[in-house]
Structures are given as C-alpha cells and as structure tokens.
Design a protein around this ligand. Structure first.
Ligand SMILES: [Fe+2]
Length: 188
C-alpha cells in the first residue's frame, strides 16, 4: 500500500499477518541486494507500518501463561530467511540479559514493555546496565546481530503485553540461534 494512502486519516484499516509477512519478505530481499544495508532497520520500518496487524491466535494463545512468557511461531519463511513470532507477557515476565546471534526487530502490539539496556565490557566479560526505557504499543525497535545492542525485555506493568518479533533465522532455530546470553550487571 502506498505511504500516502496509509497516512490519510480517513483511510484506516487493519493489516493481516499475510500482508505483514509479504512486506517483511520484500524488505529482506531488498536488503540482500543492497550491500551494507541494515536489514533489521528495514524490517523495523515494516513493523511500524503494520502496527495494527491482526494476529491469528486462539483465545488460549492470547491468554498466555502466568508461569513464563509464551512464544507462538506466526510464520517461518519457506526459504529460511526469517521467522515471525508473537510473545505474550504476563506481569513480571522478563528475558535474561542478552545480545543477538542474528538481526532482529520487534513491535509492541499491546500493553507496555520495559527494556533494560546494557553496554558490553569485553575486558570484564560482562554487560553493564546503562538505562531502562518504556516501550508502548506501536513502538518498534531494531537490533543487528552482535553485542552492540544488549538488553533485557520485560513486563513491569499490571496488564498482559503482546509483542511481535522478527528474527533472521529459520523457524526451528529460534530457541537456539537468536539470543546470545551474557552476564549482566547493574552499574554503581
Ligand atoms: Fe532481544
């Protein structure tokens, strides 16, 4: 859809997951043909343009689990270039401190997430907390592979939060080839 139509206040519609996936695929292909381009930023822009996407989740999937944040694979690219997942966060859920083994981008679809950010200190072999920022519904973030962007994402609110994440791995590698866990320390 053209950006002009999308920006018109009278032209409001909800995107489907298929439309989101098609646009992510186009962004990934375009980045692959442009040496030096930042694929994570290109995908982040696609997520921002589809911030009202509807997800084909069951009632039980939307509900998540109070035990830990739950992950639902929404799409695995047949060519293995990327995967799209939804995370359901109950209050108190939080990831470990981690960098990324692949590029990634995410969208807060519902609720509020808190992102603690860290800087890598190679000499100490640990990540030191720099700041914590609030991510509201509609906000998007991108991170390249590596330890330049280290964070811990969590739900410190009293409501369930939902986020969509796109990773540059095939569907069966999400658990093993995305998060690069590191030791995190609070500053001071
Ligand atoms: Fe992450």
């Amino acid at each position: 859809m053209s950006a002009v139509l999308r920006d018109l206040p009278c032209f409001q519609r909800t995107f489907t997951l298929d439309e989101l996936v098609d646009d992510v695929g186009r962004a990934v292909s375009l980045s692959a043909r442009r040496p030096g381009s930042d694929v994570s930023e290109a995908v982040r822009q696609v997520l921002a343009e589809h911030a009202d996407v509807t997800l084909p989740l069951s009632h039980a999937q939307w509900a998540g689990s109070p035990e830990r944040y739950t992950r639902h694979l929404l799409h695995a690219d047949p060519a293995g270039r990327f995967s799209v997942i939804a995370l359901i966060w109950h209050p108190g859920h939080r990831t470990p401190v981690h960098g990324h083994r692949t590029w990634c981008a995410y969208l807060v679809l519902r609720g509020i997430l808190r992102e603690a950010r860290f800087a890598w200190h190679a000499a100490q072999d640990c990540a030191v907390h720099t700041d914590t920022v609030t991510r509201h519904a509609g906000q998007t973030l991108a991170a390249p592979a590596g330890l330049a962007d280290i964070h811990s994402l969590g739900n410190d609110s009293n409501e369930i939060a939902v986020s969509i994440h796109v990773y540059g791995v095939q569907g069966d590698q999400i658990s093993t080839h995305v998060n690069h866990l590191v030791r995190g320390e609070m500053a001071g």
